[in-house]
Design a protein around this ligand. Sequence first.
Ligand code: 13P
Ligand code: SF4
Length: 315
Amino acid sequence: MIATEIEKKSIRQEIRELAKMKNALILAHYYQRPEIQEVADFVGDSLGLAKKAKETNHKIIVFAGVKFMAESAKILNPDKRVFLPDMAAGCSLADNCRPKEFGEFLKKYPDHVVVTYVNTSAEIKAMSDVICTSSNAEAIVRKIPSDKKIVFAPDANLGRYIIKQTGRDMVLWNGFCIVHEAFSVEKLINLMHEHPDAVLIAHPESEAHVLNMAAFVGSTKKMIDYVKQSEEQTFIVATEAGILLKMQEEAPGKTLIPAPANEDNSCHCSECAFMKVNTMEKVYNCLKNETPEIILDDQLIKDASVPLNRMFEWA
Ligand code: 13P
Ligand code: SF4
């Protein structure tokens, strides 16, 4: 074994031993680095991870994902201590929807039901009527009586996709995910010509022109399930490239091609820099030193838990 493999192995063992000793649950999103997904107790999409966090009896949750996900875990299970390996793990959607501006925006639509995507801060959740993830956004919107007006925030691409699916007229906050807006349509079309049998699948945070070309649109978990059950063999995957690890594990015989990004990088794919700030060393350190911890005001937890728990009641 070469030196780095030994180091990787020992840090993995040390993380697992510490997790056992401290009664900690390690959760990881599909976009995390492969070694982090491998050390985690559970890997999932936003909804699956929120469910795990809500139900767990572990004393500690180490959330290998981004800040809004770790905050949701704290809101859903406030008696647990929740750690995020690196507090710089933000999200372009959450970071560009701030309480002051959102409050002013909502004042223009006082009689609207406020449906907010989970990719938001705890403060924004507390200002909302119901939360959704990409997995249940359509079902949540369909639950709202047709005579009610709706504000949907902060992802305008997801919002437009849900409008198309449900026919509901919603007011959209103009936010977007920097990763899913980075696909190059020109390169994507070329790739589809190179692989005429490939099926394009996309995350609903992608722009409308990508979604319109896709044979399937769904959350990260739904994309994996689609590939797994499909009779097709080759897929072009329009979401963050970290998903390819679990997708390939779940569908070993299939050929998976990441959708190309505008900017060329080493993987010629889309990567979320926020997700990738977490490393094995940071997971180990946060478990060992019990920091950085998600600390939220009690009242904020109470206020944000109402729309977040409503999501589980409705869908
Ligand atoms: P999922 O809910 O599909 O995991 O998406 C989370 C996310 O941040 C996508 O960019
Ligand atoms: Fe946020 Fe986009 Fe990264 Fe998901 S991929 S965490 S939406 S910036």
